[in-house]
Design a protein around this ligand. Structure first.
Ligand code: ADP
Length: 162
């Protein structure tokens, strides 16, 4: 069975991430969204919160699962029997970053990275931009984030201000 892991910080999951998940679910027999911990980024949501929110969003995709990943992506992949890593590319900066991680991962284990290009309408969406405009009170967040996530995100951003 072709099993792919889509690892990321997903702080929060955006429409760009969701598009990659949907497209990957049409390519691989199983896709596991791996909620990781990017040590260089301070997180707004806890891994458990992310997992709950993402699970709600992908509930209608039968071959998509969500899991919390600890440690290296390749270690997690070994545990779940996955051979493919899916990542998204928005621009040249993403490409350089992804090329380096893909190189590291293939040196660490027998895995293949599959890079999917972001749709033009998602190219400018990033979790950090979403948090920034959300914290300033933008009211049309559904343009960037799945509906099921908007409320939880607003709540968390408001709590952070207090
Ligand atoms: P990480 O901290 O591991 O980079 P992110 O949650 O920021 O985690 O991103 C996970 C993956 O999703 C990365 O490959 C990133 O390039 C990709 N990605 C992020 N935003 C988008 C988007 N708007 N469209 C497509 N792919 C995206």
């Amino acid at each position: 069975m072709s099993i792919a892991v889509f690892p990321g910080s997903f702080d929060p999951l955006t429409n760009g991430h969701l598009d990659i998940i949907k497209r990957a679910s049409g390519i691989f027999e199983k896709v596991i969204v791996g909620v990781g911990n990017n040590t260089s980024k301070a997180a707004l949501l806890t891994p458990q919160e992310k997992m709950t929110l993402i699970s709600t969003v992908v509930k209608d995709l039968p071959n998509v699962e969500v899991a919390i990943m600890k440690g290296l992506t390749v270690q997690f992949m070994n545990e779940v029997g996955a051979k493919y890593i899916v990542r998204g590319l928005r621009n040249g900066k993403d490409f350089e970053y992804e090329r380096d991680i893909a190189g590291m991962n293939s040196a660490l284990a027998d895995v293949e990275t599959v890079l999917l290009l972001a749709k033009p309408e998602n190219q400018n969406i990033s979790s950090s931009m979403v948090k920034e405009i959300g914290s300033m009170g933008a009211d049309n967040m559904v343009k960037f984030v799945p509906k099921a996530i908007v409320e939880a995100l607003k709540e968390r951003l408001n709590a952070q201000k207090k």
